[in-house]
Ligand binder design. Structure first.
Ligand code: HEC
Ligand code: HEC
Length: 435
């Protein structure tokens, strides 16, 4: 079946009919609603613009009824699955979000005022009140400021507030419960299988979320249920165990490429495809070709490009792998996504001015880890991201500032003054598309 579908996809690409071959699922099948009956099979593939994303559940098929990841546990009709969709590699793409807006006239629970809008105080029926979610796939994350239990070594002011939330009398920095609102992409709730086990199988000592504010999947789930799902009661021990177990079972990576063919066949590089994911990727000098003669050249060129791209990734002037380690042990760092060089730089996001104890002034769209540690040196610092299933969940970076993977490559090229050739850029891009 899968081989047939991908052969059709490859053929479609070859004949420039890519757009017609996409979206072979009815919409209700692509988008999982909370409390939706059915089965999440042990393996499943979903079409996307570059091919297919594959999901593998190592524990077998899941019945979502009564399952804490799939059931709305709070008051706003959302479940974990609402923002962590299998067809989007367990994140959610801006394309899916826009689709939901059109299909439900903005009524889908994903748009809940609490964090699915620019600010809960805005008129919720208007698309413009959900601009950051609809244009960039960003949810509002509201964190107390100053943080509980630390005294920050910098002062935070709101310089620009396009969403109105940071200056809002009820939700803002000067409200009775002072909060900072930043806007972030959902990170993938998948490929966590191989992390070291802590208590009850929960990975221990890892930094979760862009600012690393959670240290275990269990505390993360509690916060998501009380926050994103607006629950009035704490989840039970059983519900938490069920969520953590599910997150540790599920792998999501690209499984087929419209030019490269199946990424899961035995001759493909050994770490591609959801059934082989360990978080590790490796450089490979070549990749054999495997499908019918008509498509031979297209496929051969693409695979050779991906193989060269793996070398750019590992051995280029800047090694991507030096930071993107599989263990998630990399120290959080500032790669220049959140801070601004000047306060006038254009952005749809809020702009904060931080004045540090040593007199340093930093302009930022999101203080990142500093919202947790209160340290000036952590302003704009974020936790590293995994790089699987990328083709399924654009846009990229914590604040969705890279609309496409090509923008990601351009960002690094400029940021680290790499000076990639056009071929190197394309090769690296093709490599990122198959991960
Ligand atoms: C309204 C959308 C939404 C819902 C519902 C939601 N999440 Fe998330 N999730 C996010 C966002 C946004 C982030 C990133 C937050 C950040 O970086 O500060 C995230 C991050 C995560 C991460 C972190 C992954 C990493 O690599 O650090 C995990 C795990 C996760 N969510 C699991 C869950 C679980 C479990 C539930 C249900 C209990 C859930 N989420 C419900 C939006 C959502
Ligand atoms: C100095 C460390 C470092 C290097 C080198 C590095 N990255 Fe990153 N990368 C990060 C951090 C930290 C993040 C998280 C930032 C964010 O998402 O806002 C990130 C995020 C990303 C993302 C976003 C993923 C998503 O789902 O949004 C992609 C894609 C990516 N990096 C690709 C690359 C590629 C390709 C290279 C090599 C050209 C590279 N990185 C080199 C540290 C690094």
């Amino acid at each position: 079946m899968k081989a047939l579908r991908i052969a059709a996809l490859v053929l479609a690409a070859a004949t420039l009919l890519v757009s017609q071959s996409r979206r072979s699922y009815p919409p209700d099948r692509i988008w999982w609603n909370a409390n939706q009956p059915g089965t999440l099979p042990a393996t499943e593939d979903y079409d996307n613009a570059e091919g297919m994303v594959g999901i593998v559940n190592t524990a077998g098929a899941v019945n979502p009824v009564g399952h804490a990841f799939f059931e709305a546990l709070g008051t706003n009709g959302r479940a974990c699955i609402t923002c962590h969709q299998p067809s989007n590699a367990m994140s959610v793409s801006v394309e899916s979000i826009q689709g939901r807006w059109h299909e439900t006239d903005g009524k889908d629970p994903v748009f809940a005022a609490v964090d699915g809008s620019d600010c809960p105080s805005l008129p919720q029926e208007k698309a413009s009140s959900h601009s950051l979610l609809l244009n960039r796939g960003l949810f509002r994350i509201a964190l107390p400021w100053p943080p509980k239990s630390v005294t920050p070594d910098f002062r935070l002011e709101v310089l620009r507030d396009p969403t109105g939330c940071n200056l809002d009398p009820k939700y803002g920095l000067t409200s009775p419960t002072p909060m900072v609102s930043v806007f972030r992409r959902p990170r993938a709730a998948a490929n966590l299988t191989h992390l070291t086990k802590g208590e009850d199988g929960d990975p221990a000592g890892i930094l979760i979320m862009a600012d690393g504010r959670e240290a275990s999947l269990r505390t993360q789930a509690v916060a998501a249920i009380l926050g994103h799902e607006q629950a009035e009661h704490l989840p039970t021990k059983e519900q938490l165990a069920q969520i953590v177990a599910f997150e540790r079972q599920i792998a999501a990576t690209q499984s087929a490429d419209i030019r490269g063919g199946l990424l899961t066949e035995p001759t493909a590089p050994a770490f591609l495809g959801p059934d082989r994911v360990t978080g590790k990727v490796a450089a490979f000098p070549s990749w054999e070709q495997h499908v019918g003669p008509d498509l031979a050249q297209l496929q051969k060129d693409f695979r050779a490009s991906v193989a060269r791209g793996s070398l750019v990734y590992f051995k280029g002037k800047v090694s991507c792998a030096s930071c993107h380690t599989p263990s998630r042990s990399a120290t959080p760092m500032n790669i220049g996504v959140l801070n601004l060089a000047t306060p006038d730089e254009s952005t749809p996001l809020p702009v904060f001015k931080a004045t540090c104890a040593n007199g340093r002034i930093i302009y930022t769209q999101d203080p990142g880890r500093a919202l947790v540690t209160g340290r000036c040196t952590d302003i704009g610092v974020t936790v590293m991201q995994q790089l699987h299933g990328l083709a399924a969940h654009a846009p990229y970076f914590t604040n969705g500032s890279a609309a496409t993977l090509a923008d990601v490559v351009d960002f690094y090229d400029k940021r680290f003054h790499i000076g990639y050739t056009e071929t190197e850029k394309r090769d690296l891009l093709n490599f990122l598309k198959v991960l």
